[in-house]
Design a protein around this ligand. Structure first.
Ligand SMILES: C[S@@+](CC[C@H](N)C(=O)[O-])C[C@H]1O[C@@H](n2cnc3c(N)ncnc32)[C@H](O)[C@@H]1O
Length: 295
């Protein structure tokens, strides 16, 4: 496959070298105790006051604590973190808190604007930079030098998921008919938006994007993808498998699976399918897939 040449005129001046005193051979600055905690593969995360959960601002935001957990575990202070689908910049906020440099990409100016406002509200981060770029994730190689990214972490769009009317099926009774009921909350109508693609184009496009990201990663640099499987018209779509296939084709090696245990965030769930169509409750867990760039 033809990989387009990077446009070097867009190169960013951003730090990527560690600024801490811990041994360079260590993956990160964490203590043995935190490392041990990080090895537990089922994990709860909590939303905090700075997280924005208003679906009119952005329909699919992960908590700052999620990228923060992996940034701590997998990078040193001063390292460079990439979020190819940054949304409103939760990864950038986590990186700022933890004194890591970071670059995020999104197709939508409105999301980058929210990310910049969130970054401007923080007390931390003078020693590092966090940049929100409005561009297609296909073009990331135009902005970054090879072997500079220590960690890529994201929650990508899901194929076709937000193009349907929101049914709130996981909510009970009256709660279901909230202000978002039957609204369509897709990110955009931009044909480059992965959220508009069918499953085959989605996997192909994800492969292209991550093939472009691979050379930017440091060797053994980790790449985390938070994703969930989907139901559509009573059919199961194993999105996490499309992601694993796409990343393998792009040259990444699959390392670990974590489960985001979301039971602390789901209350008053509704029953659907009962008593004749058994459908598991996708809202209670999500996958967090971990890959790396092999040596
Ligand atoms: C699930 S959201 C990420 C949310 C983010 N984790 C947060 O907490 O704000 C995925 C984002 O990918 C963006 N997106 C879709 N296709 C894209 C593309 N080709 N290049 C860059 N961004 C894209 C969408 O606009 C959307 O904001």
């Amino acid at each position: 496959m033809l990989i387009p040449k990077a446009d070097k005129s867009k190169r960013l001046q951003i730090g990527f070298t560690k600024t801490c005193d811990c041994p360079p051979k260590n993956i990160s600055c964490v203590t043995a105790k935190d490392w041990l905690r990080g090895m537990v593969t089922i994990k709860e995360f909590y939303y905090e006051g700075r997280d924005i959960r208003d679906k009119d601002v952005h329909p699919a935001v992960f908590p700052i604590s999620l990228p923060a957990h992996f940034i701590k575990l997998l990078t040193h202070k001063g390292a460079l973190v990439l979020d190819p689908f940054m949304g409103i910049g939760s990864t950038l906020v986590a990186a700022q808190d933890l004194e890591r440099n970071a670059v995020g990409f999104d197709l939508q100016q409105k999301y980058a604007d929210v990310a910049l406002t969130r970054l401007s509200q923080s007390r931390f981060g003078e020693k590092t930079s966090q940049l929100a770029i409005v561009d297609d994730a296909h073009n990331i190689a135009d902005y970054l030098d090879e072997e500079t990214v220590a960690l890529s972490i994201t929650s990508p769009p899901y194929p076709h998921f937000l193009t349907r009317k929101r049914e709130n099926k996981s909510m009970r009774g009256d709660l279901r008919k909230n202000g978002h009921y039957h609204k369509i909350q897709q990110y955009s109508n931009d044909p480059r938006d992965l959220g508009l693609m069918d499953h085959d184009s989605y996997e192909k496009t994800l492969t292209e994007i991550y093939r472009g990201i691979l050379p930017l990663m440091k060797k053994r640099g980790h790449c985390i993808i938070n994703v969930n499987d989907l139901w559509e018209e009573n059919k199961r779509y194993p999105t996490h498998i499309y992601v694993i296939e796409a990343l393998a084709k792009a040259g990444f090696e699959f390392r670990n699976t974590f489960i985001w245990d979301k039971r602390n965030l789901v209350n008053q769930v509704g029953i659907f399918g009962w008593p004749n169509n058994f459908i598991s409750l996708g809202t209670t867990m999500e996958y967090i897939l971990d890959f790396w760039r092999p040596d």
